[in-house]
Ligand binder design. Structure first.
Ligand code: CA
Ligand code: CA
Length: 83
């Protein structure tokens, strides 16, 4: 759905704190920490899950693929970060 794509886009931008078009491990960590407690291990395993080509950054495509496969989790993050 188009609405979903807009949601992923907005969430990606929120996570991409420096606006370079990719989410680094520290950006992911910061974003998760503001949404609740996230341990270094949790951040690392989430990073590994989303970063499918293993270059150490989450591209918009990787993020969108992850969001599609984990809709409920990502929508929860979106709601938490919007509040
Ligand atoms: Ca970034
Ligand atoms: Ca990547």
């Amino acid at each position: 759905m188009a609405d979903d794509a807009a949601t992923w886009e907005a969430l990606f931008k929120r996570f991409d704190a420096d606006g370079d078009g990719r989410i680094s491990a520290s950006e992911l960590g910061d974003a998760l920490k503001t949404l609740g407690s996230a341990t270094a291990d949790e951040i690392k395993s989430m990073m590994e899950k989303i970063d499918s080509d293993g270059d150490g950054y989450i591209s918009k495509e990787e993020f969108t693929n992850f969001a599609r496969a984990n809709k409920e989790l990502v929508l929860k993050l979106h709601q938490a970060s919007a509040s």
